[in-house]
Design a protein around this ligand. Sequence first.
Ligand code: E4P
Length: 215
Amino acid sequence: MELYIDTANLDEIKEAHDLGILDGVTTNPSLIAKEGVPYTDRLAEICQIVTGPVSMEVLAVEADAMIAEGKICMEVAPNIVVKLPSTIDGIKACKALADEGIKTNMTLCFQAMQAMLVAKAGAYLVSPFIGRLDDISQDGTELISQIRTIYDNYSFETKILAASIRHPKHMLECALIGADVATVPLQVIKQLAKHPLTDSGIERFLADYAGAFGK
Ligand code: E4P
């Protein structure tokens, strides 16, 4: 399973990158707004740290404008993946960009048929938002499961990028279902390596050793 970090904050990206297991980054306009830095400037900085796929979202909502903006995004760095909404216009733009060899991440996917259409359009990634579905009392991980089945049924190559992940249980469920990628906030990445018995186990080992041999 590939691990991306979901942030536009450089300190968080550096911290995750230093772990040595970070495969990519996702950003969105809300995350950039929190940073208060122009989108292209921040994405250029991110691409100097991370060489894997870095998703940059277009602000356009109409297909031709999305295609034009997607091409401008690609001028930032060669590892940019153009992030487009999973709408009819997004699907058209996805197909046009994919035909030119440009990778896309189809975002704001909330139902399995959106995922099927973007796969047919040649998307590199599809981003089902599981946390936001849970927020409205729907089952986010069930959507991941449905998309996995459909993609396997028809051998679609689009990667499932589980997004809007809120806690380690989301990650576990996505890994068991077989999501290809998860994009996760730094806080949750840290929680993945946390267990109280690990901490108390370390303390006991060190105390026992110190009791026998001194520090
Ligand atoms: C994914 O690419 C999105 O940036 C992200 O996962 C959205 O998550 P949120 O629902 O926590 O805003």
